[in-house]
Design a protein around this ligand. Structure first.
Ligand code: SF4
Ligand code: SF4
Ligand code: SF4
Length: 262
């Protein structure tokens, strides 16, 4: 890693920059923790900005900009547009950036009511807009879903982006991966799970670790409606319960970006 005293060196490698907007920075942390698998990719790129792991900023034009977080005020919108204008390729990573994520719950409420509850009576002094995922503000070339991102998928997407190849986000339900992993279905344990409605690609990460799927990768384009309604009636569930759970990550559904960008 370069230090502040070293001059920036000219490099023929693609310049890659990481940026964050409204988020918990958990996806950046995932990247910082990837370790060896990332070294392969790091050998092929020049990281010119990444606040979580370096204080230096080496460039203002990027071959690839990687965006974490959703857009929740006008200042963020302008900043994102400026980054897009300086970037050849843009990747949105993490549920906040890809589908709005947990920040989208803000959209269930009146905006002024939310501003007042956060900023108090002077809320009008603070800029705020409904939550939007990145693709609702600028063109996105690649999407990495998940809260947090599933590290092997980010590596795959980065490799595709570096080669200029298309990457298609899996559009089948998490259950398809869960079955291959031979998990006992959460419904058989009396717990509802959003796997039937949620895009795969995380290798049923949460269920493998004893949890349910919370829908963090967004909704499959064509959910198996008949199978889903069988589950709902077999386990005597209220559809509102499923919808309420799904809303945690998926309130910015309009204009959902399936990642089929190239
Ligand atoms: S997607 Fe999840 S882990 Fe990533 S920044 Fe958003 S809240 Fe944090
Ligand atoms: S509903 Fe959940 S636990 Fe059951 S198979 Fe689907 S992903 Fe796995
Ligand atoms: S199992 Fe569901 S909640 Fe967990 S990472 Fe996969 S899509 Fe997200």
């Amino acid at each position: 890693m370069k230090t502040e005293k070293e001059p920036a060196k000219a490099s023929a490698k693609p310049k890659v920059a990481f940026f964050d907007f409204a988020c918990c920075e958990g996806c950046q942390l995932q990247v910082a923790n990837i370790g060896e698998a990332l070294l392969d990719v790091l050998g092929a790129i020049d990281v010119v900005e990444f606040r979580e792991v370096m204080s230096e900023k080496y460039d203002k034009a990027y071959d690839i900009a990687i965006i974490e977080g959703s857009i929740t005020d006008f200042h963020a919108e302008e900043r994102l547009k400026a980054i897009r204008a300086r970037s050849k390729v843009l990747i949105a990573y993490g549920a906040c950036a890809a589908i709005g994520g947990v920040n989208g719950m803000k959209n269930s409420f009146d905006l002024d009511e939310i501003r007042a509850s956060v900023y108090g009576s002077d809320y009008h002094l603070f800029d705020s807009t409904p939550t939007r995922p990145v693709h609702q503000v600028v063109k996105v070339d690649y999407t990495v879903n998940g809260c947090p991102i599933y590290p092997p998928e980010l590596i795959e997407v980065l490799k595709h982006a570096l080669r200029g190849l298309p990457y298609t986000v899996p559009d089948k339900p998490v259950c398809s991966e869960c079955k291959l992993n031979e998990n006992v279905c959460m419904y058989e344990r009396g717990v509802s799970c959003l796997g039937p409605w949620t895009k795969a690609g995380c290798n049923s990460w949460c269920v493998n670790n004893g949890n349910i799927c919370y829908g963090c990768r967004g909704e499959v384009k064509n959910p198996a409606k008949a199978a889903a309604s069988d589950i709902i009636s077999k386990y005597n569930l209220k559809p509102e319960l499923i919808k309420g759970k799904f809303d945690m990550y998926n309130k910015c559904k309009e204009g959902d970006n399936n990642g089929d960008h190239k």
